[in-house]
Design a protein. Structure first.
Length: 344
């Protein structure tokens, strides 16, 4: 992922649209007053009303270490394929229908084509209303942001930036088959999130190839959509969620484009007393896989701790991650998934 003040290919809200919205405020306010008693509100969440899964943070952390033991996992590598096959088997063992979205990318270092693939594990595939939770599973080719220039050409393990999200999906998968979630659920591994070389201003490559492909396929599936066409009511990207000192602020793009989802998730975290989710706006608007999802028509948010001192450095290793952090995120996500529709 890459921090920026504005996201790629996100349609800005025009002044005319804002005027129309402002003109309708009074009418909308009156409607809300009339129908509010009929609406569920996540603001009413209490700890006793929520039903998070029994997330095993230690097991999730073991998954993280197992993934890192494979070695660097950049897009197109044998290690990347090994990881995908490992997770595919795990998803199937937990009752998922697994599909692979194969596509091609280009290695910016040599212009050669790179075979890539997204992995989709689906639970309750018959349900029309669905939720997608995505992570990237490729690692950056090199730790280009390392403060020691000698480290910038050594293998990058990506314990937090890559493995933490995959480990979290593997843990969540344990709890979906018998969950009370009202949604169909798709857990997705995006490939080619950062097949990018160089750090700072000297970067070469394109971000988010996997989520762009996923979004394009989804948008195509929605053309001529009917009442029985599967569609996403919500999307979440989990990225860098294993930091020992985890602090997750509200990512600005997410607040702008899917504010209700942000309110819902942070309300759940507050009710569960999960302190890692802080009720404050993040200082950095992050370009991440949630933006291609949003651009394809999915209301999506980024759950990320960008204040990670080992970001894109050789020190992004398992010892700088923790089971407690993974468990905290898993509790919030599964509690949200298990809420009845009427209470949203």
């Amino acid at each position: 992922m890459e921090p920026k003040a504005a996201g790629p290919a996100v349609t800005p809200r025009s002044k005319s649209r804002m005027l129309v919205m402002a003109a309708g405020v009074l009418v909308l306010a009156g409607i809300v007053v009339l129908i509010w008693p009929m609406l569920g509100s996540s603001m009413a969440d209490t700890k006793s009303s929520l039903n998070p899964a029994k997330i095993d943070g230690k097991r999730a952390y073991e998954y993280l270490k197992k993934i890192c033991a494979i070695g660097p996992r950049p897009a197109g590598s044998a290690a990347n394929t090994t990881q995908r096959e490992l997770v595919a088997k795990h998803f199937r063992d937990q009752g998922a229908t697994v599909t692979v979205q194969a596509f091609k990318g280009v290695d910016p270092s040599n212009g050669q084509p790179v075979s890539m693939a997204n992995l989709v594990g689906s639970w309750f595939p018959e349900r029309v209303e669905r939720v997608v939770i995505g992570v990237h599973y490729d690692t950056r080719p090199f730790p280009d942001e390392d403060t020691n220039p000698a480290n910038r050409r050594i293998p990058f393990i990506g314990a937090n930036d890559g493995a933490s999200g995959v480990a979290m999906l593997m843990e969540i998968a344990h709890h979906l088959k018998d969950s009370k979630t009202p949604w169909g659920v798709d857990l997705v591994l995006f490939d080619g999130e950062e097949l990018v070389y160089g750090g700072g201003q000297d970067q070469n490559g394109e971000y988010f190839l996997g989520s762009k492909h996923f979004g394009a396929m989804y948008a195509q599936s929605q053309r001529g959509r009917t009442r029985t066409t599967p569609h996403y009511v919500a999307g979440f990207v989990l990225d860098m969620i294993g930091d020992k000192n985890l602090t997750i602020d509200k990512e600005p793009h997410s607040v702008d484009f899917a504010p209700r989802l942000v309110r819902d998730i942070w309300s759940v975290a507050k009710a569960l007393e999960v302190k890692q989710f802080r009720d404050r706006m993040g200082q950095t608007a992050v370009q991440d896989d949630h933006l291609p999802l949003y651009n394809s028509g999915i209301p999506a948010i980024d759950i990320i701790d960008f204040d990670y001192p080992h970001w894109h450095k050789a020190t992004d290793l398992p010892e700088n991650c923790s089971a407690e952090s993974l468990e905290a995120v898993g509790k919030v996500m599964t509690a949200w998934l298990n809420k009845p529709k009427a209470r949203r």
